[in-house]
Design a protein around this ligand. Structure first.
Ligand SMILES: [Zn+2]
Length: 229
């Protein structure tokens, strides 16, 4: 019954508040069914040509279409329902990574470490998107019976430029020894979580910082990966 009135509700929401689907921009009070389907259409896949030699990396989808648009919308306004769907997809990538690794959740003390957001971005947005996403993913994993714990232990040592403005070489130089890990609450084994992987410079620096703190990074999972180049 409710479904019959949804188009009417969407039209009213558009008229009253200018509401649009964050995936495609069509008038809709929320993520439209087509975009929801598109976001769930891809299976998590390993991204081997990207980055970090020796670091298993799985992403839920390619950074394109509605998935990319929803990541941007969730990042900039933190809408709870968008963070939830992205967290669900990130949890799927973690499970696929876990299958490749032979069930890392069986090991005691495995921690999910979010790649830190830039301090300026957190200040501008009023919330830490990477941390919110990791917590949503952990909620999903706990619901699936897996003891996942989020440990935001990476801290910036210095200011860095926006990675989006840099090429692959510039990205590595920008983040070289930029973070340190505070190993409180960690127990030796970690998985890295991030929203998007492009060149992998962030994952490489996160792994270095955690390694310097005596932690082993087993792998990484992201919601999206830019297309292999
Ligand atoms: Zn849409």
């Amino acid at each position: 019954m409710r479904r019959r009135f949804e188009p009417l509700w969407d039209a009213a929401a558009d008229l009253l508040w200018g509401a649009s689907c964050p995936g495609c921009g069509r008038p809709c009070a929320r993520l439209c069914p087509d975009c929801r389907r598109a976001i769930w259409a891809e299976r998590p896949a390993p991204r081997r040509r990207l980055v970090c030699p020796g670091l298993p990396l799985w992403s839920a989808g390619l950074y394109a279409g509605p998935l990319a648009a929803v990541i941007v919308a969730a990042k900039e306004d933190g809408r709870a329902e968008l963070c939830r769907v992205l967290g669900q997809r990130l949890a799927g990538a973690v499970l696929a990574l876990g299958a490749e690794l032979g069930g890392p959740f069986d090991r005691p003390g495995l921690s999910l470490v979010p790649v830190p957001s830039a301090v300026a971005a957190v200040r501008r947005r009023g919330f830490d998107f990477g941390l919110a996403l990791a917590r949503r993913a952990a909620d999903e994993l706990v619901r699936a019976g897996l003891p996942a714990r989020v440990r935001p232990v990476l801290r910036p040592l210095r200011a860095v430029a926006d990675q989006a403005d840099l090429d692959a070489v510039g990205r590595r130089a920008n983040l070289d020894r930029a973070w340190r890990a505070r190993p409180t609450g960690l127990n030796g084994l970690c998985l890295l979580l991030d929203d998007i992987v492009t060149t992998g410079a962030s994952l490489a620096e996160a792994r270095r910082a955690l390694g310097a703190a005596g932690q082993v990074v087993l792998g990484a999972a992201t919601v999206a990966a830019t297309a292999d180049r």
